[in-house]
Design a protein around this ligand. Structure first.
Ligand code: HEM
Length: 497
């Protein structure tokens, strides 16, 4: 408030040519009215953030300094200890103030379920505007209600086990193209996994048939991705500006492809084919527009590849650090391999259903690494919540990582122990793919591509980490430092059999 007034005074500096003496009464009123209105609006905004009806109880916690809140603490402390220290002090539901927003953090499974499932309509997903612009405002993440559920059904239909079981051999071909290029060299695991997961995402989005536009789409997408985590500063030369330019071109290229497929009447495979054919399956609904389709295609590629690549990077780290486990996984995969070789065929969907230990390694990696540490929601109205009051507009963050690392649900939570998944986890305590209406539609595809890569990697290769062993970096997901550089060699089979 003080800053705002000093700014106004500066504008009306008496010594300047634009002084009060030169202003007529009407001009003063003209300047004062918006200023007063603006101050009043700001005061109301702050009042809403910092005050609440006296009879209502906000969750315990500290809001830190005005405006900056506890943002500096979050950035200077390890994010895990930031959350766990406050949870120890204030309990499973506590308030804080980060990145300019008052927030309520939730780290009990039951309360997370209320936010994500039972009262999900009161808590809408919320993302920074810059991310919405980059992905495209019509992507399903940003919506609630009928538009979201229509799109969610279509996306889910494309990634159900029945829809993806036919992709095993294509995904296997991608793996077989990649792995030999790693042999006898040092690779950046995260970067290689991103290339792999990106190629899988492309066939899921567009189908097997490679249209002419595909190479252009790949390049523009990569340009877009570079600016995704940059400062949202739209000035010539900034990564954000370059990314926004790429986004525009990407939109044009996708629209061309969409028009081509519409005109030919052959919608083609992948999610694009499903979205183009949406009306044909339900006459009552309108066709999806080109921009709705384009935004959702880009959105799904975004959601699909960084996440899966990061989890794969952690899997290689955990298997490297637990050699006995790596040997056991290799034995499981070798059993399948010998049957495949005997029958002279490729890997099938059914083979991937007979990998219980490898599947548990994936489950435990998803828990331990918890790459999506939390998700953001926003209260759409004032909400009474577990005896507390959450004002409209406050952010609400279910903390997946805190729940996954709670010793009450996962004893010795820091230990990497896939055997804990021999029994199912307690309901609502395990949410690597979220929960409720916005939960991940791509979980089966993600697991499938991990199983296929692990099958070939563990039966044929071994890897050694290079450089710092245990550091983590955030970009934005937690990953082993520098993307886990590893040296890959062909495996000496006699060593374990
Ligand atoms: C291991 C890899 C993955 C992880 C850990 C992951 C995790 C998640 C999580 C936690 C959410 C819920 C976010 C929220 O509630 O705010 C989510 C949503 C989503 N995921 Fe994934 N995901 C992965 C892979 C994929 C793949 C492969 C696809 C694409 C096929 C995909 C597509 C989506 C989409 C479209 C949403 C938004 C759903 C909605 O808003 O209704 N994800 N993911």
């Amino acid at each position: 408030m003080i800053n705002l007034f000093s700014f106004t005074t500066m504008q009306l500096d008496l010594s300047s040519p634009f002084s009060l003496a030169t202003l007529r009464y009407s001009q003063v009123v003209f300047l004062m009215v918006p200023t007063v209105l603006f101050c009043w609006f700001l005061w109301l905004l702050l009042f809403r953030q910092w005050c609440h009806p006296k009879d209502k109880r906000l969750p315990p916690g500290s809001m830190g300094w005005p405006y900056i809140g506890e943002t500096l603490k979050l950035y200077t402390e390890n994010p895990n200890s930031f959350f766990s220290n406050r949870q120890k002090r204030f309990g499973d539901i506590f308030k804080t103030h980060i990145l300019g927003c008052p927030c309520v953090m939730i780290s009990s499974p039951e309360a997370a379920r209320i936010v994500l499932v039972t009262r999900a309509h009161l808590f809408k997903p919320t993302y920074p505007t810059s991310k919405e612009k980059m992905i495209g405002p019509e992507a399903l993440f940003f919506h609630q209600g009928p538009y979201h559920s229509r799109l969610k059904k279509l996306v889910q239909a494309s990634f159900l086990p029945s829809a993806i079981r036919g992709s095993v051999s294509e995904i296997e071909q991608i793996v077989q193209r990649f792995l030999p290029t790693w042999k006898n060299s040092t690779i950046n695991t995260l970067q290689e996994m991103k290339r792999y997961a990106f190629d899988v995402a492309m066939i899921s989005a567009f189908g097997e048939k490679q249209d002419l536009e595909m190479e252009g789409i790949k390049q523009l997408y990569q340009c877009l991705e570079k600016g995704y985590n940059s400062m949202p500063l739209d000035l010539p030369g900034t990564p954000f500006h370059k990314a926004m330019k790429a986004r525009k071109l990407l939109n044009e290229t996708l629209r061309k492809l969409i028009r081509k497929r519409r005109q030919s009447g052959r919608y083609g495979g992948g999610l694009l084919g499903v979205l183009l054919g949406a009306k044909d399956h339900d006459e009552k609904l309108d066709q999806l527009s080109d921009s709705q389709i384009a935004d959702n295609i880009i959105g799904v590629i975004f959601a699909a590849h960084d996440t899966t690549a990061t989890v794969l990077t952690w899997i290689l780290k955990y298997l490297h650090d637990n050699q006995d486990l790596l040997d056991a996984v290799s034995r499981e995969q070798e059993g399948i391999r010998s049957k495949i070789v005997e029958a002279n065929r490729g890997l099938t969907w059914d083979d991937t259903r007979r990998m219980p230990l490898t599947s548990r390694v994936i489950q435990e990696t998803l828990r331990t690494a918890s790459i999506l540490s939390f998700t953001f929601r926003e209260a759409v109205q004032d909400v009474e919540f577990e005896g507390y009051f959450i004002p409209k507009g406050w952010k609400v963050l279910p903390l997946f990582r805190s729940i996954h690392h709670c010793a009450d649900y996962f004893p010795q939570p820091e230990k990497f122990d896939p055997s804990r998944f021999e029994a199912p986890p307690r309901p609502n305590t395990y949410m690597p793919f979220g929960n409720g209406v916005h939960s991940c539609p791509g979980s089966e595809l993600a697991k499938l591509e991990m199983l296929i890569l692990l099958h070939h990697l563990t039966t044929t290769y071994r890897w050694q980490t290079v450089g710092d062993k245990d550091d983590i970096q955030y970009g934005p997901f937690p990953v082993p430092k520098s993307g886990l550089p590893i040296r890959v060699n062909r495996r000496n089979k006699s060593a374990i059999f």
